[in-house]
Design a protein around this ligand. Structure first.
Ligand code: R5P
Length: 287
């Protein structure tokens, strides 16, 4: 296994290569005067190449496509993409006439160059079916549970029923109960959460979700739990998208700690997603 990491993803690539007992390399990335990218992998690659490439922000999609092509040009027999965050997974169908099915477009573009894909905690696993080859998503539940273990959490909550299995996985590893709230989305940044009586007085509660985007979901849930007497609120998400003042919104809601992985790297990333990607890459190798 030859891990080819984007220049900004060398650290993640090294962790991944370590777990997969592979080698890691990067590519040379330059831009032409008109802004178009030029990518080159100097080394000769043999066997399977695992390209670690981002799909966010938008320009990274183009770079990742070029990296997949370069891997094959450099000699790889099979090329797999390790995409820590799979962008556009929330537009998995046309909700209104004439809308692009964005996840299908992205997956088919990737699938034209990659033989397989592994990603971390994709928003909806159904989008993986848009890839012509095998595609797997692995949650970072073991790593999130390890981070929460130091915090003496007594309940793990999902903000809605759809996120329950993620919360259960983490709670089971911590050997604490889990439950879910009932969320209704009112707008892009506003959600409503139905009041639910929970035994959270004087305790530390963790809310676990896949994405923090505007922070509306976590902030609304946190307020409700603090009103019910929880003393410490930790929010943990795989993907810290953090838009529209999300971090301030969470602070204002009284959240004590925000834990996110480096699937989208930021100075808030305190959990590595390398383990989840390695689990996915091993599954691909066996496919
Ligand atoms: C929604 O279904 C997702 O699982 C997240 O709950 C959502 O994307 C979070 O978005 P926001 O932070 O904007 O509430």
């Amino acid at each position: 296994m030859h891990v080819i990491a984007a220049p900004d993803r060398v650290e993640l690539g090294e962790q991944l290569a370590d777990q997969l007992s592979g080698e890691v390399t990067t590519y040379e990335r330059t831009a032409f005067p008109d802004g178009e990218l030029h990518l080159r992998i100097e080394e000769a690659i043999a066997g399977t190449a695992l390209v670690v490439g981002d799909t966010r922000p938008n320009e990274r999609i183009v770079e990742t496509l070029l990296a997949l092509d370069a891997a094959r040009e450099a000699g790889a027999d099979a090329v797999h993409l390790a995409a820590p965050y799979l962008a556009y997974a929330r537009q998995d169908r046309a909700f209104e006439h004439g809308e692009a099915v964005s996840s299908r477009a992205v997956m088919q573009a990737v699938g034209s160059l990659a033989d397989g894909l592994c990603t971390v905690d994709v928003h909806d696993e159904r989008v993986l079916e848009y890839l012509p080859g095998p595609a797997v998503s692995q949650a970072p539940a073991p790593e999130v549970a390890t981070a929460l273990a130091e915090r003496e959490v007594s309940l793990v909550l999902a903000p809605d029923e759809g996120a329950l299995s993620r919360a259960k996985d983490v709670a089971d590893r911590l050997d604490v109960p889990h439950d879910h709230l009932e969320k209704t989305r009112l707008s892009g940044s506003e959600v409503e959460i139905k009041p639910k009586q929970l035994d959270v007085a004087d305790s530390t509660v963790a809310i676990v979700d896949d994405i923090i985007a505007t922070g509306g979901t976590m902030a609304t849930a946190a307020r409700q739990l603090l009103d019910q007497g929880a003393t410490t609120l930790v929010v943990a998400a795989t993907h810290g998208v953090f838009v529209s003042g999300a971090a301030n919104r969470l602070d204002d809601a009284g959240v004590d700690e925000i834990l996110v992985t480096d699937a989208i790297p930021s100075d808030r990333s305190s959990i590595t997603c390398a383990g989840a990607l390695a689990r996915g890459a091993r599954t691909l190798q066996q496919a």
